[in-house]
Ligand binder design. Structure first.
Ligand code: SAH
Ligand code: SF4
Length: 364
């Protein structure tokens, strides 16, 4: 099988060329061709010697996932569905704003963590994406949008907030992050690349050593009782451990705060007393809050908090001096909002269980 060069960060690509007996500066050249020029054909890489091109043709490839669908919403939000094999697709979303362009990138096909309010979590887990499949999302979006007339890149920010738990696919995600930051590839600022996690404590520490980017933590609850219910990984890593991990991360983070995401679920976690309890919880962690009005999906069993409840909640946090933003819902007409990214997931585990249950009950 041919080696997919999109799976490599610069260090890995350099090693690969060294092992081929080639000059290591070739790695930088090829990185630029693949990621900056969006080139996937070695023959078009004109400053690479013909003999090397032939060698690469025989042993390697630049294989991006193929595009299954592309959509654009009336507010300029764009969404791409990429084929990741055997009937599965993952989504990546571009959100234009006045001062930035943010790409929301997926890390897994489905997710094993089963947060109860998340459409991806409800679908179960299929598999991790490879580095090529993660960076391939940036590759496609970049190809579709390129640079502005002022020669600035349209994608200025990346958030690992698409499908999946990025820290559960640690190695591939870290390599992809390194490619995003590399000046020979996308050259994004560390401060403008944000990884969002539901709170895998040991991996938060590993990330601070491997590739400290901006960190967002899906908090969603002010106490363990509520969080155990809606973010089940909390039973393994409860809030006291999570807060301690956030404090440790800040020593290495490119920003001096953690972003706490907080989904506003009607009647579940949106009462004034929850806001007051939150203030106690985070008192030792420099942070900002991002309140996310719940995005409904079929049979979720949850409702979105009222605007009044969101406003009251926000004011309690703000009055205590915490910076709070309320996430605007974008791309409504193409289901591109947080937690609505469904893609196409053929669940290896749960679908099978369902078939077994159906067989046992003898119906359908
Ligand atoms: N697995 C990671 C990143 C992906 S989800 C994480 O959980 O952090 C990105 C954000 O969207 C998370 O904060 C997640 O909790 C939130 N989210 C999931 N489903 C949602 C929904 N239906 N409505 C609003 N936000 C949701
Ligand atoms: Fe997975 Fe994040 Fe969804 Fe939880 S919110 S199920 S961790 S993708």
């Amino acid at each position: 099988m041919k080696t997919n060069l999109l799976d490599f960060n610069l260090a890995q690509l350099t090693d690969h060329f060294a092992a081929m007996g080639e000059k290591t500066f070739r790695a930088k050249q090829i990185m630029r061709w693949m990621h900056q020029m969006g080139e996937d054909d070695f023959d078009a890489m004109t400053d690479i010697a013909k003999t090397l091109r032939a060698k690469l043709q025989a042993s390697a490839e630049v294989r991006v996932p193929s595009l299954m669908a592309a959509q654009e919403a009336s507010d300029g939000t764009r969404k791409w569905l990429l084929d990741v094999g055997t009937g599965n697709g993952v989504e990546t979303v571009f959100i234009p704003e006045d001062d930035r362009g943010t790409l929301c990138v997926s890390s897994q096909v489905g997710c094993a963590l089963e947060c109860t309010f998340c459409s991806t979590g409800r679908q179960g887990f299929n598999r991790n994406l490879s580095t090529a499949e993660i960076i391939g999302q940036l590759w496609w979006a970049n190809k579709a949008m390129g640079v502005t007339p002022k020669n600035e890149r349209v994608i200025s920010n990346v958030v690992m907030m698409g499908m999946g738990e990025p820290l559960a696919n640690f190695d591939n995600v870290v390599s992809a992050l390194q490619i995003m930051l590399d000046d020979h590839a996308y050259g994004l600022s560390r401060r403008r690349v944000t990884l969002s996690t539901s709170g895998l404590v040991p991996q938060i520490d590993r990330l601070s050593a491997a590739c400290p980017v901006a960190l967002a933590v899906s908090l969603h609850a002010p106490n363990d009782a509520i969080r155990d219910q809606i973010v089940p990984i909390n039973k393994k890593y409860p809030l006291s451990e999570l807060m301690a991990a956030c404090r440790r991360y800040l020593e290495f983070a490119p920003r001096d705060f953690i972003t706490f995401e907080y989904v506003m679920l009607d009647g579940v976690n949106d009462r004034p007393e929850h806001a007051r309890q939150l203030l106690q919880l985070v008192r030792d962690v420099p942070c900002k809050f991002n309140l996310i009005p719940f995005n409904p999906f079929p049979n979720s069993g949850y409702g979105r908090s009222s605007n009044n409840a969101i406003r009251a909640f926000r004011e309690i946090l703000q009055d205590a001096g915490v910076v709070v933003t309320v996430r605007k819902t974008r791309g409504d007409d193409i289901d591109a909002a947080c937690g609505q990214l469904a893609g196409q997931v053929m669940d290896k585990t749960r679908r099978q269980e369902k078939w077994i249950r159906i067989a046992e009950s003898g119906s359908e």
